[in-house]
Design a protein around this ligand. Structure first.
Ligand code: TRP
Length: 339
């Protein structure tokens, strides 16, 4: 086959494939669900999907707590299954179990200019934010190279991620392009696929994040969620029950946009603006919505808790499938570079 035929065959394959990963850094919350996971769950119906636990990436900044990362891997996979990832449809695995990611990372590191990495906005930001840690390491600087390897080793078209990962995707495309330029067209250029959804802010209106203590976790029961919702600030200018309110400045309303049907949302909007609906009742509607949303997730978790070996079986089967694909790619890479 001529190389452009090979390339178009690869692109054909890529159009139906998506790859993404998450670092095992803590229990998943609604921000993760509505920002990323919901998209993953939808995409597994549409195409071939590969989802992995990015344990090596967690190590780039948490290397002092390596053991903790390892221990959390099965917990993260459990959260994924609870959220609706289906191991019959998606290849679910652990990054560090597919050593080919490391081999490709090494080769990509040879062709990636250090200046690209130093200029990466997420790199500069993290160096500033995580000042208690020494992030002046080779591995941390190379974070986007490892991420590029994770992605292009499966030659996908799509990478479903949150907005914060877009600069990394840009870099992955540049690295793929550089490889193709040097050794011959081989890797399709991956594209970010953002969740087509309204935002899920934290309970206080800031970004939902463990470090802000403003989350609702997927594993959380309604007894713990209820007081959190009752304590949320709404429109702070609405002092009395008889005052009209404005949903657009309310911390609660974004949750209705995610969890409440369109018609009820409209009723809430007009009820709030005319003072027909009070915040206490508005919160009751939301609590019902949250309970309905979380019920099937809690059921799936209870079922998984009955079968602790299930998560490991899923990872084992996924790792084998991922490895097979990664090996195929690496055979091609070695041939192209002539090793
Ligand atoms: N950097 C991603 C994050 O923090 C995790 C990640 C690692 C990833 N490798 C990836 C995401 C490959 C998508 C594709 O969320």
């Amino acid at each position: 086959m001529a190389s452009d035929t090979v390339f178009s065959a690869i692109n054909e394959l890529a159009a139906h494939r998506a790859v993404s990963g998450m670092r095992p850094t803590g229990a998943l919350h609604l921000g993760h669900y509505f920002g990323v996971l919901k998209n993953w769950v939808a995409m597994q119906e549409e195409m071939e999907t590969f989802f992995f636990v990015a344990d090596w990436h967690a190590l780039t900044s948490e290397y002092e707590n390596a053991r903790g990362i390892g221990e959390f891997v099965p917990e993260l996979v459990k959260d994924w299954l609870v959220a609706g990832l289906d191991p019959e449809r998606s290849v679910i695995f652990q990054q560090s179990k597919v050593k080919e990611h490391a081999e490709l990372h090494l080769i990509l590191s040879m062709v990636t200019p250090v200046s690209w990495l130093e200029r990466c906005p997420t790199y500069k930001e993290q160096l500033q934010q995580l000042q208690g840690k020494d992030l002046g390491t080779y591995g941390f600087l190379g974070y986007p190279v490892l991420m590029s390897s994770d992605i292009i080793i499966y030659r996908p078209r799509w990478v479903p991620v949150g907005q914060d990962q877009v600069p990394h995707l840009e870099m992955s495309r540049e690295i793929a392009r550089r490889f193709n330029h040097l050794y011959g067209d081989f890797f399709p250029e991956p594209e970010a696929r953002l969740t087509p959804q309204a935002k899920c802010p934290g309970l206080d209106g800031r970004k939902m994040s463990k470090s802000y203590h403003n989350t609702i976790q997927l594993r959380e029961g309604m007894d713990s969620i209820e007081p959190k919702i009752r304590g949320m600030l709404t429109d702070t200018a609405r002092l009395r029950r008889s005052d009209p309110g404005n949903p657009d400045v309310c911390n609660l309303f974004p949750y209705h946009e995610l969890l409440t049907d369109k018609a009820t949302q409209e009723d809430i909007r007009s009820g709030c603006a005319t003072a027909a609906l009070g915040c206490v009742d508005c919160k009751k509607i939301l609590l019902k919505g949250l309970a309905d949303f979380l019920a099937p997730l809690h059921e799936r978790r209870a079922a998984l808790d009955q079968k602790p070996e299930r998560v490991f079986e899923v990872l084992q089967a996924g790792t084998e499938k991922a490895r097979k694909e990664a090996r195929k790619t690496m055979d091609g890479v070695r041939e192209l570079i002539g090793f």
